[in-house]
Ligand binder design. Sequence first.
Ligand SMILES: C[S@@+](CC[C@H](N)C(=O)[O-])C[C@H]1O[C@@H](n2cnc3c(N)ncnc32)[C@H](O)[C@@H]1O
Length: 283
Amino acid sequence: MAFREGDLVIFLDHQERSFRQRLHPEGKLQTHQGYIPHSEVIGREPGVALLTSKGKELFAFRPTLVDYTMNMPRKSGIIYPKDTAYILLWADIHPGSRVVTAGVGSGALLLALVRQVGPTGFVWGYDVRQDMLDFAAKNLKEFLGDTSNTELRLGDVYQAIDQRQVDSVILDVPEPWGAVEQSALALRPGGILVAYAPTIKQAENLTAALRGSDCFGLVETVEILVRDWHIRHRSVRPNHRMVGHTGFLTIARRIIRPEGNPLEPVKTPEKKPADRTGFPETD
Ligand SMILES: C[S@@+](CC[C@H](N)C(=O)[O-])C[C@H]1O[C@@H](n2cnc3c(N)ncnc32)[C@H](O)[C@@H]1O
């Protein structure tokens, strides 16, 4: 469908520099390599190539979710698309899913969750800071417009998650192990918890808490590495630069053990004896 007044547009140049704007009949994109009046974009199809006043070629697209989140205003670190993509599949989030997430932060992950669950699903987003919730709400509204499948709640998930029987809980908080008990209460049997943690120490603490709980099983931690390649003529090699590190993803399933109280307090796991390498024996 052709661009109309009020549409979000992203202009990309050949170096993949991007400029996000909302179209207005009198508006114009101004770059250091010339300008493009919005009137040249309105009525054209997405993907159209345009020349700036200085003859530089740019393409106009509707922003994808990746375009949008990588360019949206931020007030916190965000979960990058490479990790979000993994979270969506490994937490099995689909149209109709009921999802709790914390912390909302700038809303990058929230946007992906809200779009994925669609109008038949629901996302509850917790944060301890109202300014973060307000900020994320703006980003959400700007990109998705309709946010009726979302509720943003001021609250500490270490203390309370009010929802029950949700399909997944996705955490991006500094001490995710503090939310294990509340996540167990919120999740339906077989539901999935995914936690993003920038440091391996956080992932390790969370893993210990999950393994020490009678409510979670099948705990695993992964790190997603993406390497871009440079392919030009005879020069075919990995790019010199890459995103070296974002975070670790720990995934666990809500289990029910017939003999145990499913909501027992989290126990500290026993230490295993060290083997000859000095490392504790692995399972
Ligand atoms: C790194 S930011 C989250 C970024 C977000 N996931 C994104 O992709 O844009 C971490 C957020 O967790 C919030 N937070 C910290 N402790 C929390 C808690 N106990 N419960 C809820 N939110 C918490 C912080 O206020 C902050 O906004």
